[in-house]
Design a protein around this ligand. Structure first.
Ligand code: GLA
Length: 404
């Protein structure tokens, strides 16, 4: 049984235990994501290249006439009641604010949801930079919409989930995580132009390389001011460049030539931030091309350069992530390594020639333990299961056909 199937089975069991039976329930699943390259470019209307992974979040949901939400999350082992019409979201645990946010925004868009019972469970680490919150909102949205036979195009679901982060969690994130969760495909990366919202599936050739996720074990709270502070700095850079008479709408519009002409008149911090965004956008394009032609060494080099830029120019790395990346780069068979996601904790990813994975994993764990006194968690990325929301009958049928 795949990780997803056993997670779904467990979540159904949890729902039955908490809510009596599982008749008329709908199941939502969303994978988490890693970002192969393109960090902090989404909020500057640039380019990103994430991929959906084999870990994710499942929700089991039953629509009910009585307004409000009764939710149970296995990870927190708590049942929470929430009113939808007179919400006091600030007093609620963070995890249910995501669920309530999806319900409120869906209602605003005309989805005829009145109330529901919901159980949440997953095999994706919380707050570890692999998009647990985007996976939770995606799975909730898809199950909820299925339960009232309402739907919208996938891109709109992703945009709605992004607004949930802004309005209900106070994280002014870009659109990358939500598109990767909602639209990520098997054996593929997702290239996103965050200005036009053009989404391209970039096939990966299985077997040629393996991605190892290494968790720094340092919890990262996106809610914390750091992420929003970087966003504010980027906005300040745009305003400063505009004030110098250069016509731009976002850092996406600043090319190397324009930057050279204004650079000296920006303060040092803004210079660094802009430098990262410009070079990172170029790297995403080159990385996509490298993937398309199977030039994995080039792809790995771009990953290394991305990490360096995030460390020195965007300044979102930490010692633990730098240590993982430096150790990885010294190992035979490693093509590239970098932090993934927002930084300030969370995970690094390592691209490895499959024959070397065991050794690389061992080296990273043991060196990390020598330096930090604990062994980091790792995960080898397997084939993803794409996001869905459907009646339980449909889920079972599908499961049967998937298993032959
Ligand atoms: C988080 C955000 C994304 C993106 C990354 C950094 O994952 O949710 O929108 O900005 O950080 O690239």
């Amino acid at each position: 049984m795949s990780g997803m199937h056993s997670t779904v089975e467990t979540t159904i069991g949890i729902f039955q235990e908490k809510f009596g039976d599982a008749s008329d329930v709908h199941v939502g699943w969303s994978p988490g994501r890693i970002n192969l390259i393109g960090e902090y470019t989404d909020l500057n209307k640039g380019f990103v290249l994430p991929m959906a992974i084999d870990l994710g979040i499942c929700v089991v949901l039953r629509h009910r006439a009585r307004p409000g939400i009764t939710a149970y999350a296995k990870a927190y082992d708590e049942v929470v009641e929430c009113h939808l019409l007179t919400p006091e979201y600030d007093d609620l645990p963070a995890w249910i604010r995501y669920i309530a946010g999806v319900a409120v925004l869906s209602q605003e868009k005309g989805c005829p949801i009145s109330g529901f019972d919901i159980a949440v469970h997953g095999n994706l680490p919380n707050g570890g930079g692999v998009s647990s919150s985007a996976a939770l909102t995606t799975a909730t949205a898809l199950a909820m919409h299925s339960s009232v036979e309402w739907s919208q195009p996938p891109l709109q679901t992703a945009e709605m989930c992004q607004v949930v982060e802004h309005r209900f969690a106070g994280v002014m994130c870009g659109i990358m995580d939500q598109i990767a969760c909602v639209m990520g495909k098997v054996d593929s990366a997702v290239f996103i132009d965050c200005q036009t919202l053009e989404v391209l599936t970039v096939p990966l050739k299985p077997g040629r390389s393996e991605v190892l996720i290494v968790d720094s074990g340092v919890p990262r709270s996106l809610h914390a001011t750091d992420y929003n502070a970087r966003r504010t700095e980027c906005a300040s850079a745009v305003a400063a460049i505009q004030a110098l008479g250069v016509s731009i709408e976002s850092l996406r519009n600043v090319d190397a030539g324009a930057f050279a002409s204004v650079r000296g008149r920006l303060n040092k911090t803004l210079q660094k931030r802009v430098q990262h965004v410009i070079t990172e956008n170029t790297r995403v394009f080159e990385a996509r091309r490298a993937l398309e032609v199977g030039a994995l060494e080039d792809f790995g080099r771009l990953m290394n350069e991305s990490h360096e830029s995030l460390r020195t120019d965007f300044q979102v790395s930490i010692d633990e992530l730098d240590h993982i990346v430096t150790t990885a780069k010294a190992c035979k068979g490693v093509l590239g390594a970098r932090l993934t996601g927002a930084g300030f904790g969370g995970n690094a990813i390592v691209l490895i020639e499959p024959a070397s994975t065991d050794e690389v994993e061992f080296d990273i764990k043991s060196r990390f333990a020598e330096r930090f006194g604990r062994v980091p968690q790792t995960h080898r990325v397997g084939q993803t299961n794409e996001a869905y929301g459907r009646p339980l009958e449909g889920a079972s049928k599908n499961k049967k056909s998937a298993e032959g």
